[in-house]
Ligand binder design. Structure first.
Ligand code: NOJ
Length: 496
């Protein structure tokens, strides 16, 4: 009954805003649905039971003016204490899996393996067993942006030594949880970590070194990922039989016109944003994208640097990194239009100067509560086809996709977003033959949205952040997603 009402509302909205109808085809039998969160965004308990400080604790406490309303993740959704309620919500939705992240500092308070925090280990063990008892597969991300502060004190990700620190942390996690966790993701969206954290200085740890910091950061991260993968492969896979991958994010880049220049600019943007992290791992040739190697070397020389600002991967490193994935994890929310432009003048080094393209979003696209997130479902289908073709037809799991608003319960625009994006994904699967096997809605519940604090809400459950109990209430979109999962279908009745 409920489902019918929501679908009826959806249909009206589709007509009212001249949207395309959701598909009436069924998702394949083996298609899996999940929801996602991340430790810093939901857990709270920031200093409870021996947890160490991480860069987001540090950043929100020391630079509060960088976050909307000086918000912090100190309590967030309080999932550290309320995880059993989260499991109840997951059960109610009927998801096949729950994607969450481990807080490195909760397990290893110093960041190093010299000290293991048993209370933190117990927390994750309890969460994982509650999930398994309810038939929900844990999909675990090792690193969702919350580096232990002591590792930032030695430079953070631009320091290549962190490759080994991450590898040791990964080994610890595989040892502790690998009997029950069969799907591992090493890093979440390294582009956001490197570009905003170490290039533009806009997110934790707030280091501004554009044109240098993000490249050194990426160099460490792709190697750290590969090392963790090899450790799993050699030491754990034979007994644990799980899968390991890395989550890389992309927005589709649509050429601003049919001209060859705009097409080249759009491809260049995809390579600088997505390919930088994906190519060394997912592409059969490995290495960073050639367009980055060439452009950054050229500009570095003109700027007077003795070598390229982009670290060079040796032949051994390229071999070691490429192919270190068991499936491809993709996060995507939106699309940008791209136009070719003259190369930026040589001057101070910078990522955007190295890239030299101009981007914009079509004013006719529907808004969300996030400035960057416009609703462009057709971009998802194009992106999936591009990934499929560029990386040799991998199995793809969409590890994040979702929509932000003000947190209302009757969130019909979010229902539209999901129905339209899932239609686009279904078309990619059924009509284009792209091998997408899973879809993950971001997010299970409203949570700490980084620099935007609690202003932008992505949840399919509402959380009352004024209430010390952090009461959770399902939204209309939660009911809709539940019906999609139960029926593997986006409308009331699908073609059989
Ligand atoms: C990207 C990140 O993985 C997640 O932490 C964030 O909240 C959402 N997408 C929305 O911006």
């Amino acid at each position: 009954m409920k489902v019918t009402i929501y679908l009826f509302c959806t249909a009206v909205l589709f007509l009212g805003q001249s949207r395309s109808e959701p598909s009436n085809k069924k998702f394949p039998e083996n298609f899996r649905f999940g929801v996602a969160t991340a430790a810093y965004q939901v857990e709270g308990g920031w200093a409870d039971d021996g947890k160490g400080e991480n860069i987001w604790d540090h950043y929100t406490h020391h630079q509060p003016d960088h976050i909307a309303n000086n918000a912090t993740g100190d309590v967030a959704c309080d999932s550290y204490h309320k995880y059993m309620e989260d499991v109840e919500m997951l059960k109610n939705l009927g998801v096949n899996y729950y994607r969450f992240s481990l807080s490195w500092s909760r397990i290893l308070p110093t960041g190093y393996t010299n000290q293991i925090n048993e209370a933190g280990v117990t927390y994750y063990k309890n969460l994982i067993s509650a999930l398994k008892e309810n038939g929900i597969e844990p999909f675990v991300t090792l690193y969702h942006w919350d580096l232990p502060q002591p590792l930032q004190e030695i430079g953070g990700w631009p320091n290549p030594l962190l490759e080994d620190n991450f590898a040791e942390y990964a080994r610890t996690a595989f040892t502790l949880f690998g009997d029950d966790v069969k799907n591992w993701m090493t890093f979440n969206e390294p582009q956001q970590t490197c570009l905003f954290g170490y290039g533009l200085g806009a997110t934790a740890p707030g280091a501004s070194a554009s044109g240098i910091g993000e490249y050194k950061c990426a160099y460490t991260i792709v190697k750290a990922h590969a090392k963790a993968y090899h450790i799993y492969d050699e030491e754990f896979r034979p007994t644990q039989n799980g899968r390991v991958s890395i989550v890389v994010d992309a927005s589709w880049a649509e050429p601003g016109s049919d001209s060859d220049e705009d097409k080249e600019a759009a491809e260049r943007l995809l390579q600088f944003s997505y390919g930088f992290y994906a190519h060394p791992i997912y592409h059969p040739d490995g290495n960073f994208p050639q367009v980055m190697i060439d452009r950054i070397a050229d500009r570095s020389e003109k700027e007077g640097f003795p070598t390229s600002r982009l670290p060079e991967l040796s032949t051994e490193e390229i071999e070691y990194i490429r192919g270190t994935f068991d499936f491809l994890c993709l996060n995507s929310y939106t699309t940008n239009m791209v136009k070719w432009t003259n190369d930026y003048a040589i001057g101070a080094p910078g990522y955007y100067a190295d890239l030299s393209v101009s981007t914009y979003q079509d004013p006719s696209w529907n808004n969300s509560a996030s400035g960057w997130l416009k609703v462009v479902p057709w971009g998802m289908r194009k992106l999936l086809n591009w990934v499929d073709q560029t990386y040799n037809h991998p199995e793809i799991v969409i590890t994040e996709n979702g929509f932000s608003d003000d947190g209302r319960l009757d969130d019909l625009t979010r229902i539209n977003y999901y129905a339209e994006y899932l239609t686009s994904i279904l078309e990619a699967v059924l009509e284009d033959g792209v091998n997408v096997t899973g879809y993950t809605a971001w997010s299970l519940m409203d949570n700490f949205q980084w620099n935007f604090g609690y202003l932008e809400k992505f949840g399919i459950y509402q959380v009352d952040f004024e209430d010390p109990d952090r009461t959770r209430t399902i939204k209309s979109s939660g009911e809709y997603y539940k019906s999609v999962i139960a029926n593997k279908c986006l409308v009331d009745t699908c073609e059989e």
